[in-house]
Design a protein around this ligand. Structure first.
Ligand code: CU
Length: 134
């Protein structure tokens, strides 16, 4: 938890410093649902794929809805990219809607987004993609 908090602070610092030099610093808002049927869904998109430019600032507005199970700490889902955990892509989600500011990785690639909270039926397939393209 402390590690996550630290990386969140670092991200915030990075966002602030980038914003100061770039001028156009508003993160792009992406609305998504971690749904009670244990799927990720993007509002306004047909497929569960987040597309971003390298280093793009993103504001994930995530609504989490409890499935049939939840974690002991009350988390109903999570949103994790294992390869980017140290860059803040490691969110525990609790019921309700919350904003998370993140930065897309600098390396163009396809990243697997997973839920790591045992949320019930469908959990093993609770995945989506982050595709970073120049
Ligand atoms: Cu899950």
């Amino acid at each position: 938890m402390r590690m996550f908090f630290c990386s969140a602070l670092l991200l915030l610092a990075a966002a602030v410093s980038t914003g100061a030099s770039a001028g156009n610093s508003d993160p792009r808002v992406i609305e998504l649902i971690a749904a009670s049927d244990n799927t990720f869904r993007l509002l306004h998109e047909k497929s569960a794929v987040i597309r971003a430019k390298p280093g793009e600032l993103l504001r994930l507005r995530i609504t989490s809805q409890r499935g049939s199970e939840q974690a002991r700490d009350g988390a109903t889902h999570s949103l994790v990219i294992r390869a980017l955990r140290d860059q803040g892509w490691d969110l525990r989600l609790y019921d309700g809607t919350k904003d998370y500011d993140l930065k897309a990785p600098d390396v163009p690639a396809e990243y697997l987004v997973e839920c790591t909270v045992k949320c019930g039926r469908g959990h093993d397939d609770m995945r989506m993609k982050l595709i970073v393209v120049k």
